[in-house]
Ligand binder design. Structure first.
Ligand SMILES: Nc1nc2c(c(=O)[nH]1)N[C@H]1C(S)=C(S)[C@@H](COP(=O)(O)O)O[C@H]1N2
Ligand SMILES: [Mo]
Length: 331
């Protein structure tokens, strides 16, 4: 995510690093041995936290994921993409997860995230608030695989075989009141293990939101796995959202709380730079970001392709926005 804030003391060079730096960094990472190179790429981009994140974090041998036996799950043929699925080796080492650093090479650092025990709270405007253990939740949901496009606002994209369940199933479990208009989602808060959360100029914890109509749309998907296995930490274990018609920052990772409300939430990036990252954030190639075009996207497999309105999902979601005026639907 690229943004600019004018606070002198921050000198946030890492935050305005052009994406070309990331591209160079990735090709470097692919071409050379990983360890020393990650350090080198850190200094390349001037990212103080990358060097620390990738060298200092001691990763204890993680216990096996208790949901491993559930995968692979059956692919739902309704959700397929004409482009090839992105290699796991590419999509699992190029991530946005600011809790572990404001750059793409957080996959090692993210292994410090403890994903058990993990509870999920459903509260706010509901019949009765519920707190449920993640394994109880996952095991009672109808799991399926869906191949979705993913389009980051920074104009890179991938095609991912997510496993999980439709968000509408979790909404049914929560039993929201009819007065609820929005669903707010919140990421864990654990600065000791997620060093990015010590960067106090960010409005932690990461928060995102959808309207109830969006949350109950068939495409809104809760991710618990990917590539036929439990979802890895860097991709948002143990529970992450996928809303493929919106820019990637809406797809919040490692969720601990779902709150039903009648007030539109201000999401993490909207709070940081609302003029560039709005609430709706629907993909549209004709509406440029304040600082770059959204007409095309660089795929993680290599090459550029045209970006599609609603990221190619207009048939399922365009009706949600019909006749809405006075809203910035596409930024
Ligand atoms: N909690 C949290 N969720 C997050 C982010 C983040 O920094 N923190 N980054 C977002 C952005 S900008 C994108 S593009 C996707 C990236 O998902 P991926 O790393 O699995 O590709 O996660 C989104 N969800
Ligand atoms: Mo993103």
């Amino acid at each position: 995510m690229l943004f600019k804030r004018k606070r002198g003391w921050e000198v946030a060079e890492r935050d305005i690093t052009p994406e070309s730096t990331f591209i160079n960094r990735r090709s470097l990472i692919k071409g050379l041995a990983a360890g020393p190179l990650l350090l080198a790429s850190g200094s390349l981009a001037g990212c103080w936290d990358e060097a620390t994140a990738n060298s200092a974090v001691q990763i204890a041998a993680a216990p096996p994921d208790p949901t491993t036996d559930l995968y692979p799950v059956e692919r739902n043929p309704r959700y397929k993409v004409s482009r090839a699925i992105t290699d796991e080796a590419d999509s699992t080492v190029y991530n946005n997860f600011y809790e572990f650093g404001s750059h793409k090479s957080i996959s090692r650092a993210a292994q410090a995230l403890s994903i058990r025990p993990w509870t999920v709270t459903l509260d706010g405007m509901v019949e009765k608030p519920i707190t449920i253990g993640i394994d109880d939740l996952i095991r009672q949901m109808p799991l399926e695989e869906r191949v979705y496009r993913h389009r980051c606002v920074e104009a890179w994209s991938m095609v991912v075989p997510w496993s999980g369940f439709q968000l509408s199933k979790l909404v049914e479990l929560a039993k929201p009141l009819s007065s609820a208009k929005y669903l707010t989602m919140q990421t864990f808060m654990d600065p000791d293990n997620a060093p990015g959360q010590k960067q106090h100029w960010y409005p932690w914890p990461y928060v995102e939101g959808l309207t109830m109509e969006e949350a109950t749309n068939e495409l809104a998907f809760m991710v618990t796995g990917v590539y036929g296995k439990p979802v890895p930490r860097q991709m948002g274990a143990p529970l992450r959202l996928a809303v493929p018609w919106k820019y990637g920052f809406k797809s919040i990772k490692s969720i601990v709380r779902f709150t039903f409300t009648d007030k539109r939430p201000v999401s993490f990036w909207e709070e940081i730079q609302g003029t560039e990252y709005g609430f709706w954030a629907n993909v549209n190639p004709q509406v440029a970001h304040a600082r770059w075009s959204q007409a095309t996207e660089r795929t993680l497999s290599g090459g550029r392709v045209p970006t599609q309105l609603y990221n190619g999902y207009g048939e399922q979601v365009a009706h949600l926005y019909k006749g809405m005026t006075g809203e910035r639907l596409f930024t």
